[in-house]
Design a protein around this ligand. Structure first.
Ligand SMILES: [Zn+2]
Length: 650
């Protein structure tokens, strides 16, 4: 009896284990642990017929380890637009079964695990495959394999495809960022053609063909693998103590490319100083028609950017930064894509700082991103959070929100925890998760541990929540060198109330006297500050100016007083349209006003032409203004109101 009951118990246990360890399909927006771990991809591809047809055939040997008991489990791989011709599991022919519908984000093939394997055992799954490589949705979009400008090349992520990672368009693989593996690609091309890819290269030649053997002994997420086939020339850049740097460009582009990449060694050195040693064996870029994309050690880089001879090359800096952020430390799944893009975009500002200093470089770059986010992206994409954002139109897999908003949020985090703490925490994060995966929580935890600062609210308001603060400034009182300033948060309810918005204000003085800056921290929905040491002759207040920080908020209006302490006009008496300005702006005032003046972002009053449309409306011509932020200052009998206006020129 006893034995029998133990036997029953055993069966129950086994059943419950089976239910508990049910194998969930890989989901680009979730992490579903699998019973296997991919260790290495060894792909051989024939690209001799690929130009321009994108036809190929190949074989991919996938080395895996069963990290759970593989009994009743399957190996999962993805392949899109290509045909599986045969599958071997440990040299035995087997079958791959399509699971789900092609249009589902979790669509995949499954291969049964061999019997008699144990947890910890390894296996080799071999896929022989052929067909025409395609791009994402087969619609000339971004990810997958494209042909253009005599180049066949792969970009590792899609903007629209619900599966996000698009290496499956040229190679069978477990196409999920959580499973990183080493790589070897042997690619055959016709003589005269070059194949660029990840890792280090050795070549073999026959009379008609070249074999390019690319070996990368560093773990790599599949979306960071690539190849690009073109009649490339190889440009090399070297500097002591830096990894080899190589750019693949067409003969016609080599001169311009050399100029565009002139500062590449300095870029690598600068990021190495900030983030620690470059994590891989080479720095590489290959020029392609679309891009840029941060493939590990071989960035696909838009040809037209290289042709522009722009030596600042902030896109090259963005992609280089990804080698640390995204490549060396990869997101566990694509909900955390902001960990890649926000840091890479922040690094554009960091690169600006290296070149032009903190104020002219970093702060100016951050201001540009704030303006772009508020005036264009927030309108186009609507309010999105940085983590786990919506992907449906007008958003996508890579909405610009996670770039521009993310970069500014990181700038604000730098300000909050202090410069030394910020970089110390980043280096700790990069070290702790090097060659592995990270999540938003991992980043937050490292920052909290390294800085001893509670970041719960900061992450909740700026990373997890959609929207930004909108601020209305009203000067209530001016007395000597003191100003009483009311600041209201007037953003839509759904954005919530922000509990820490550093706001640096510029008090602009007449006759080119230097602007005086003062910083306040807005912590509640409606708050009044007494600001001392204000020049009594200031003519206007410009927010988000100064020498210390930039914050992500929109200024709704600034109402100020000229001499006496009671207001007459309020912000409701003036309206300005359109925003952004479109060749002109209309100013409609409901009260008689004394004058209108325009102040640029540096506090200078500019001359402008205006036309009176009727008693209440004037039209200001903005055609000759350069893009940027301006302030329309309407002076009434007893006070004045300043409105920010954006001028965008395409
Ligand atoms: Zn990026």
């Amino acid at each position: 009896m006893k034995q029998y009951s133990i036997y029953i118990l055993l069966i129950l246990c086994i059943n419950s284990i089976t239910i508990f360890a049910q194998q969930l399909p890989p989901d680009p927006l979730a992490y579903n642990p699998q019973p296997f771990d991919v260790l290495h991809y060894d792909v051989k591809m024939d690209l001799t017929q690929a130009l321009p047809s994108r036809n190929t055939h190949g074989r991919c040997d996938i080395h895996i380890r069963w990290i759970e008991n593989p009994n009743d489990k399957v190996f999962i791989f993805h392949l899109q637009g290509l045909t599986v011709d045969s599958v071997l599991m440990d040299d035995k022919k087997t079958n791959a079964t399509a699971q789900g519908k092609q249009e589902e984000s979790t669509f995949h093939y499954s291969v049964p695990a061999p019997i008699n394997k144990l947890q910890g055992d390894t296996a080799v799954v071999i896929m022989v495959y052929s067909g025409t490589m395609t791009d994402e949705l087969g619609a000339g979009t971004w990810g997958g394999v494209s042909y253009g400008d005599s180049t066949v090349y792969a970009l590792g992520v899609g903007f629209q495809a619900n599966y996000v990672s698009t290496t499956r368009h040229w190679m069978p693989c477990f196409d999920h960022p959580s499973d990183k593996a080493t790589f070897k690609g042997t690619i055959i091309a016709r003589k005269g053609m070059t194949v660029a890819s990840v890792g280090t290269l050795s070549t073999n030649q026959t009379d008609d063909f070249t074999f390019f053997e690319w070996t990368h002994n560093y773990p790599c997420a599949t979306y960071l693998l690539t190849f690009s086939l073109a009649p490339y020339k190889t440009l090399r850049f070297t500097e002591n103590n830096l990894p080899p740097m190589v750019v693949y460009a067409r003969a016609r582009d080599t001169a311009a490319t050399r100029i565009s990449f002139k500062l590449l060694p300095r870029m690598v050195r600068s990021f190495t100083q900030l983030f620690g040693a470059y994590p891989f064996d080479k720095v590489g870029y290959c020029l392609t028609q679309k891009g840029a994309m941060e493939h590990q050690t071989m960035v696909s880089y838009n040809t037209s950017l290289a042709q522009s001879k722009d030596t600042v090359n902030s896109v090259a800096a963005h992609e280089l930064a990804h080698q640390w952020f995204g490549d060396c430390v990869s997101p566990l799944d694509f909900r955390h894509a902001w960990l890649n893009e926000s840091f890479a975009t922040f690094c554009e500002s960091a690169w600006s700082e290296e070149l032009f200093g903190f104020e002219k470089g970093f702060l100016t770059s951050q201001s540009t991103k704030i303006n772009r986010y508020i005036n264009t992206i927030l309108k186009d994409e609507k309010a999105l959070p940085l983590y786990d954002f919506s992907r449906t139109a007008p958003s996508s897999n890579y909405p610009e929100t996670i770039y521009q908003k993310g970069a500014v949020v990181l700038g604000m985090l730098r300000h909050k925890v202090g410069n030394d703490n910020f970089y110390k925490a980043i280096r700790a994060y990069l070290q702790q998760y090097a060659y592995k995966n990270a999540t938003t929580d991992f980043l937050k935890n490292v920052f909290e541990k390294e800085t001893n600062i509670d970041l719960d609210t900061f992450f909740k308001e700026w990373v997890l929540q959609a929207g930004i603060p909108e601020l209305r400034f009203t000067v209530l009182k001016r007395e000597g060198n003191s100003v009483q300033l009311r600041v209201e948060q007037v953003q839509p309810e759904s954005y919530g109330t922000y509990s820490e918005i550093p706001v640096e204000l510029g008090f602009v003085r007449p006759d080119n006297q230097p602007t005086v800056y003062s910083k306040i921290t807005v912590k509640t929905k409606d708050e009044t500050f007494t600001i001392n040491n204000v020049p009594n002759d200031y003519k206007s207040i410009l927010p988000n100016q100064g020498l210390t920080t930039r914050s992500l908020f929109r200024t709704q209006s600034i109402t100020d007083i000229t001499s006496v302490s009671d207001l007459n006009a309020t912000q409701d008496n003036v309206s300005i349209s359109p925003v952004p300005a479109n060749g002109y702006i209309s100013v409609v005032t409901q009260l008689p006003y004394r004058s209108i003046s325009i102040i640029d972002n540096n506090g200078n009053t500019i001359t402008f032409s205006q036309e009176r449309i009727n008693d209440t409306t004037i039209r200001i011509d903005t055609n000759t203004w350069i893009s940027g932020i301006y302030f329309v200052r309407v002076e009434f009998e007893r006070n004045f109101i300043t409105y920010p206006v954006i001028v965008v020129k395409e």
